[in-house]
Design a binder for this molecule. Structure first.
Ligand SMILES: *Cc1c(COP(=O)(O)O)cnc(C)c1O
Length: 421
């Protein structure tokens, strides 16, 4: 994006954006919820569609002048329906959290019982965790993972569901390295009369590309962000069976939101077109292969991976054995040019703000075209950086930073290719 206009009006912000561009180009970004959008998605996001109000839905708006907005939103909806094989799609949620809140509004009254995965086990805040509005306005029951396996225990889910009879049952989360058993969850939801919501925010791109099973045949509602593995703009979508479409649409607008963000809708449409292309299947599968390669090399170097490995794009590493807390490791690795986040591990004896683990993933590095050999190199750097952090040695950190710069030069980041020239 040329920053000429911003530079003239607001050099302070222009400089900060330019610095962030350089950061995204030069560093190895391993936060599993982040990615690089294409130049096409960036263009749509920065378009004049941001100037338009469009409360309502295509053909049923409360403002005039929708000649071009209606077909844009309709294209986004149709592409989402085709890509995820669903009856209905709503592309208006401002992001993943508002999308989830709309699901509560569509099916629940305040005080109703709902069930989701506990945050420290890998669930999302919006699945009923106590600090979230969803844990305050609803009676929330949380399931976890089995201590020995680090995986969801469907017997526990079923027992809790039978005991508490939730209105909503959430599956999916933010720190789950394993395949989600949508059919297993659907059987439990059916048995207790719950609405099953599959939150595929992290794995939507893997589902679209055939690298993770689809919830389409099992879930009543599918919620997703558009900006993680799906490689779209920051946004959200809700998809559902035809029978639930009126409730979902009413909950998003006028229930929760006002005007949709049309620039985002257009960018979602573009991202969905990209995700339907042939290259995307290979991309989704490469994300998984890369995560496995990264995990295998870390295992070989003695690291403890929660659940013993990964089926998807994400790894959770317990650093207890290495004797360095997650936050200290994450900070040191950031200085080394390897950006990830500290994270609780299941049954973490430490506090959430200073937990035992780190979370990392491969969507962004795969978007740059990196493959298994680069993953092995990254795992070596992670290991060296973590060991250096454990003994407060800044020397190796500086060395790694220089090597990271060299590697990233050969893998231009989408949307930032001009910085690699
Ligand atoms: C990221 C995420 C969300 C929330 O998305 P935001 O866009 O950050 O509000 C919801 N659910 C899951 C499982 C997520 O990973």
């Amino acid at each position: 994006m040329p920053l000429d206009a911003i530079s003239r009006i607001d050099p302070e912000i222009a400089h900060l954006i330019a610095d962030e561009e350089r950061r995204q180009a030069e560093k190895i970004r391993l936060i599993p919820s982040e990615n690089y959008v294409s130049s096409a998605v960036l263009e749509a996001t920065g378009s004049v569609l941001t100037n338009k109000y469009s409360e309502g839905y295509p053909g049923k708006r409360y403002y005039e002048g929708q000649q071009f907005i209606d077909p844009i939103e309709t294209l986004a909806i149709e592409r989402a329906k085709a890509l995820f094989s669903v009856d209905h799609a709503n592309v208006q949620p401002y992001s993943g959290s508002p999308a989830n809140l709309a699901v509560y509004l569509a099916f629940c009254k305040p005080g109703d019982t709902i069930m989701g995965m506990a945050l420290p086990a890998g669930g999302h805040l919006t699945h009923g965790w106590n600090v979230s509005i969803t844990g305050k306005f609803f009676k929330s029951v949380a399931y976890g993972v089995r201590k020995e396996t680090g995986r969801v225990d469907l017997d526990e889910v079923r027992a809790l569901a039978l005991e508490h009879r939730p209105k909503l049952l959430w599956c999916g989360g933010t720190a789950i390295p394993r395949t989600i058993d949508f059919a297993g969850f659907a059987a439990i939801a059916k048995e207790v009369g719950a609405v099953l919501v599959a939150d595929i925010a992290h794995i939507a791109g893997l589902v679209a590309g055939g690298a993770h099973p689809s919830p389409a045949a099992h879930a009543d509602v599918i919620s997703t962000t558009t900006h993680k593995t799906l490689r779209g703009p920051r946004g959200g979508m809700l998809m559902c069976r035809a029978a639930h479409a009126p409730a979902i649409d009413k909950a998003v607008f006028p229930g929760l939101q006002g005007g949709p963000h049309n620039h985002t809708t257009a960018a979602i449409a573009v991202a969905l077109k990209e995700a339907a292309g042939d290259g995307f299947k290979a991309y989704a599968h490469q994300i998984v292969k890369n995560a496995r390669a990264l995990g295998d090399e870390l295992l070989a170097r003695g690291y403890d991976l929660v659940s013993g490995g990964t089926d998807n794009h994400l790894l959770l590493v317990d650093l207890t054995k290495q004797g360095v807390p997650g936050k200290k490791a994450a900070r040191a690795l950031d200085r080394a040019g390897l950006v990830l986040n500290y994270n609780t591990v299941p049954f973490d004896p430490r506090k959430p703000f200073d937990p035992s683990g780190v979370r990392l993933g491969t969507p962004a590095v795969t978007s740059r075209g990196m493959k298994e050999p680069e993953m092995k190199q990254i795992a070596r750097w992670l290991d060296e950086g973590i060991r250096a952090a454990a003994r407060d040695d800044e020397g190796p950190i500086e060395t790694i930073l220089g090597e990271v710069r060299e590697l990233t030069k050969g893998f231009p980041a989408p949307g930032l290719e001009r910085l690699a020239r």
